[in-house]
Structure formats: C-alpha cells, structure tokens
Design a protein around this ligand. Structure first.
Ligand code: HEC
Ligand code: HEC
Length: 290
C-alpha cells in the first residue's frame, strides 16, 4: 500500500499511506508552522552562540568564542575591583581619627560591616553573637562600661586586654575577701546585703547597716564612696542593677569571696591596628557609647 495516498472519510484529511492491523491509517498532519519557525530560530541562535561564546570542549581546553567571555575572568575582575575599593577604605581608616571616620557615611558603613564580621569571628564566642554577653562576659550593648566607653578607651581595652598578661593590659584585682580571710562569711553576707540595697533591693536593715561599715572600710577605694564604680580600677558601678556576675545575694557573696578577676585577651598582634580600630568603632556604636 506504500505510496498510495487516499483521503480519510471521517476527517477529510489525506493519509500518509501507512496502515496498521489492516485498517488503522495514519493521517498526514504536518507540524504547525509556528513550531517549525521556533525550531529554526533556536538552531540559528545556537550556531551564533557557539561562535560568540565559549562552547565546545576540546582535547586541551575549549573553544573560547569571539568575545572570550569567561565567568572566571568576570569574578577575577570583581575581586580586583573590590580589593581596590577596600584598600582605599583601609588606608582612610588607618589615617583618620575615629571622629573623622564617623563623619564619612560611606567609610562608616564599611567600618560597621567589617566590624560586625570581625566581631562574629573573634568576639562572639565570649560576648555572644549580638554582644549581649553572658555571666562573667560583659554585655557590650548597654552603656555600662568597666573600663570606659569612649572609642579610644574601647580600642585600648581591645588592643591590650584585661588581666591578659600583655604589658599594657588593664590590671587591678578585687581582693579575695573570703579566700584570703580578710572578711568572715558573716561580714560577707552583711556586705552583700548592703551592696544589694545600693540598687534598691531591700533586706535585713541591721545587716545592711553592718555591711555599710565594712563597705566604707574595704570597698570605697575602688567602687567609690557611693558605690558608683571607678573606671581607673575597672570596678563596676554597683548601683545600676546591671550585674556582670549575677545579682542574686549568693552571686554577690561569691564575688566578694573570690574577687572574680575576669580575663579578656589582648588582640594586639592577633588583629591588625585597622581591624582593632574598626572593632572599637563598631562596639562603640552598639552601646551608644560615651
Ligand atoms: C576569651 C573570652 C573573650 C573574648 C574572645 C573576647 N572578650 Fe572581651 N571581655 C571578656 C571578659 C571576661 C571581659 C570582662 C573582663 C573584666 O571582668 O573586667 C571582657 C571585656 C571587654 C570589654 C570591656 C567592656 C567594659 O565594660 O569596659 C570590651 C570593649 C571587649 N571585651 C571587647 C571585645 C572584643 C571587641 C572582642 C573581640 C576582638 C572581645 N572582647 C573578645 C572576654 C572576652
Ligand atoms: C582593688 C579594687 C577593689 C576593691 C577594694 C573591691 N572591689 Fe569589687 N570589684 C573590683 C573589680 C576590678 C571588679 C570587677 C571584677 C571583674 O570584672 O572580674 C569588682 C567587682 C565587684 C562586684 C561584681 C559586680 C557585678 O557587676 O557583678 C561586686 C558585687 C563587688 N565588686 C563588690 C565589692 C565589695 C563589696 C567590696 C568590698 C568588700 C569590693 N568589691 C572591693 C575592684 C575592687
């Protein structure tokens, strides 16, 4: 039957002449024109693409295409551009004072972003991702500073550390009143009651009165006559209700007994001066600063 064409009675469409099972005939339905044109267009496009862009793998490489496009080149170009921009910022940070840096909004944005990254990498393990702190590790978001909250003071703390062993570290140790038997446990309990009363926590009036006497003898040298703390000694304000080591009576007794003595590592030598300056400005911005 091949070659013989006939018209299907039901549909009125010519058949191809292919017949199966005796009477199953194939109608001659060509592909729609629009479909064919799209197919031709994609073929033309792909040839153009092969010519212009890298396309075919070769034994030792690939066809590069007329314009020599390469994603690797693009990325390299981007990195070079970013490095140049960064080098400009880094030089500006090195030269300028923090006050000058704060006035330049582009530079400041770079400093805050870089500072946040460096903080996450180096400081978050102790101070927390959001610098919220933990028991014994100060919150850096509040405006309560042990060693001063100006950018310069913060920079110095970061550079040299606290009881870090660095030659220029912040030093000063609260005496171990219990361990070294300077005060009896009863006196420590009374003094803790007095300390709590400074931030408005009530307690046994007689104990507070006895504790006040001990405080005036033993504690004002560092914490000040009103218990507001002194930055020179890194002695915290005891009146603000912000506690580094916890504000329960037991926490405060433990502090008086042991003196605590928190250690913050020195970062000089581990981080470069520009990074330390960026961190100081970042931390200062977190707390609102002084
Ligand atoms: C190993 C833990 C640790 C790491 C890491 C650490 N710190 Fe500290 N940091 C401390 C401790 C503990 C203190 C409080 C010391 C004390 O009791 O006086 C402190 C105190 C500070 C202070 C002083 C706060 C104040 O009130 O004066 C600043 C500022 C500070 N850290 C910033 C940083 C920055 C920035 C980094 C990252 C470069 C960092 N710290 C990394 C443990 C750490
Ligand atoms: C030589 C100075 C010095 C003297 C004296 C001193 N302190 Fe302190 N005190 C400090 C320092 C420094 C810290 C911070 C310790 C740290 O960060 O690890 C501190 C911390 C504290 C804290 C912890 C506050 C918090 O936020 O958790 C309490 C409470 C305290 N002192 C009470 C006292 C009392 C009570 C006395 C007297 C019996 C006293 N101190 C005597 C220097 C002193």
């Amino acid at each position: 039957m091949a070659g013989h064409k006939e018209v299907d009675a039901v549909t009125g469409v010519e058949t191809t002449g292919h017949v199966w099972d005796g009477d199953l005939k194939e109608l001659n339905k060509p592909l729609p024109k629009w479909w064919l044109y799209v197919l031709y267009a994609t073929i033309v496009w792909s040839i153009g693409y092969w010519v212009v862009y890298p396309a075919w793998p070769l034994v030792d490489g690939y066809t590069r295409g007329m314009i020599g496009y390469s994603q690797r080149n693009e990325v390299t170009k981007d990195i070079v551009a970013a490095k140049e921009a960064q080098a400009k910022f880094v030089a500006a940070i090195a030269e300028r004072t923090p006050a000058e840096i704060e006035k330049d909004s582009d530079l400041m944005e770079f400093v805050l972003r870089g500072g946040a990254t460096q903080f996450g990498n180096n400081c978050a393990p102790c101070h927390g991702r959001g610098a919220q702190g933990f028991k014994g590790y100060p919150n850096l978001n509040d405006d309560d500073w042990l060693w001063g909250g100006s950018i310069e003071a913060i920079e110095q703390t970061i550079r040299n550390g606290i009881r870090s062993g660095h030659a220029d570290s912040h030093e000063s140790a609260m005496p171990r009143f219990g361990i070294d038997q300077i005060l009896t446990p009863a006196q420590i309990s009374d003094t803790a009651a007095f300390v709590l009363s400074l931030s408005g926590t009530s307690g046994d009036a007689a104990a507070i009165e006895r504790g006040k006497v001990v405080f005036e003898e033993q504690c004002v040298a560092c914490h000040g006559p009103e218990g507001k703390g002194t930055v020179e000694m890194g002695a915290p304000n005891l009146t603000d209700g912000i506690w580094l080591y916890g504000g329960q009576k037991a926490d405060i007794e433990e502090t008086i007994r042991t003196g605590r003595g928190g250690v913050m590592p020195a970062w000089a030598g581990k981080l470069d001066p520009v990074t330390i300056k960026m961190l100081a400005i970042y931390v200062h911005a977190l707390g609102g600063g002084q």
